[in-house]
Ligand binder design. Structure first.
Ligand SMILES: [Zn+2]
Length: 76
């Protein structure tokens, strides 16, 4: 057991730029080194999830257009 080890803050590599970053409560961007890296990573993420999340809303728009057309047809 080395007391110095438990006293030392854990270091992780920033997933974005691989820079060593201290894992501590003081770092709101952990495991990223900075806000910039976190945003970059979240941006890449949002891009991926946007495509998946975008599908249902596209369906809704489709249904909307479909209902509008059906309404027009039934109105005459
Ligand atoms: Zn970074």
């Amino acid at each position: 057991m080395t007391p110095a080890d438990s006293d030392r803050p854990l270091e992780v590599a920033c997933p974005q730029c691989r820079k060593k970053v201290r894992w501590s409560e003081d770092n709101p961007y952990r495991p990223f080194c900075s806000k910039r890296c976190r945003l970059l990573d979240l941006g890449a993420w949002a891009d991926e999830s946007h495509r998946i999340a975008g599908e249902p809303s596209m369906d809704e728009a489709d249904i909307d257009a479909w209902l509008a057309q059906a309404d027009r047809d039934g109105g005459s």
